[in-house]
Write a protein that binds this ligand. Sequence first.
Ligand code: SAH
Ligand code: SF4
Length: 386
Amino acid sequence: MTANLLDFDLEGLAAYCASLGEKRFRATQLFRWIHQKGARDFGQMTDLAKSLRDKLQGNARIEGLPLISQHESADGTVKWLFDVGDGNAIEAVFIPEDDRGTLCVSSQAGCAVGCRFCSTGHQGFSRNLTTGEIVAQLWFAEHFLRVHLKRPDGERVISNVVMMGMGEPLQNYSALAPALRVMLDDHGYGLSRRRVTVSTSGVVPMMDRLGLDVPVALAVSLHAPNDALRDNLVPLNKKYPIAELLDACNRYLEHAPRDFITFEYCMLDGVNDQPEHAQQLIALVRGHGGRGVSCKLNLIPFNPFPASGLLRSPQQRVQAFAKMLSDAGIVTTVRKTRGDDIDAACGQLAGDVKDRTRVTQRIAQQRTVMLKQVPAQVASKEARGT
Ligand code: SAH
Ligand code: SF4
């Protein structure tokens, strides 16, 4: 099996090039071709020696994920469904805003945490994505969108990445860390550390590792202000209860001193949206360990799906909850829901995991349609069935 170069961060690619007897600067050139120019064919890399191109041709490949479908929302949000084999599929979502372009990336097919309010959690866990499969989402989206949105040569579309698609990124740490390095690398996507966000349900030991290795922005899915309720909503809380989680947040901030933690809080009607919950939340984030946690609160209107048996909090209650937090001096935002019409909103990414029949049928039906819509280089690869 040839090596897929999307699996490597720059260090990894340098080691790979060394194994082929090539110097480090060749790895940098190659890395730039792949990530900055979106090249997938070694023949395109005109400034590499022909001998190296030939060597790569025989030993390596640049292989993205087969695309199953693409949906574009009226608000400009784009959702892609990718085939990751064995009847599993994952999703990535592009969210354009005036001052930024955010890509929401998946880290696993399914998720083992099993949060009650999350569609991915309800699907169960299939497998971890590889580094290449995580990177492929950004690589494809960035280069597809440059063409689709007719950006002038080389101008970036994606300015922010959030690891908020399917899966718990910190339960796939060994694949995640190199993927983050590719995103941050100046020779890769050159995203700033604060524009790449890892969202976690609270895998405490891996929060510590991330802080040491790649201290990007951290979002923590809190969703409840006390352990009894959080145990019920986010089962991982039984392993890492709130006090331990908040300690880990403060340790994380030691590596990123001017940063803050974003606490995510999904508003569930009658479950976690009452005034007493807001009061408990204020006490928690202001008082924990005597100094509190430097944070912002992001309230997420729940995106319902039938199997959850839960409902979205009414807007007025969300506003009242937000006001209590703001009045207590906590910076609070209410997340705008985007891409509703294409089921691309938070927690709606299901990707038909494990639903083998439907995925297979959809691939068969949509491949023909998609070939007409994607850029030529993607289509030719699809057509080859690689
Ligand atoms: N596993 C990670 C990242 C993926 S989920 C995590 O849990 O943080 C990204 C965000 O979407 C999390 O804050 C999650 O709690 C939220 N979310 C999940 N299901 C949702 C739903 N149905 N409605 C709104 N937000 C949801
Ligand atoms: Fe997994 Fe996050 Fe969904 Fe919980 S909210 S089940 S951790 S993807």
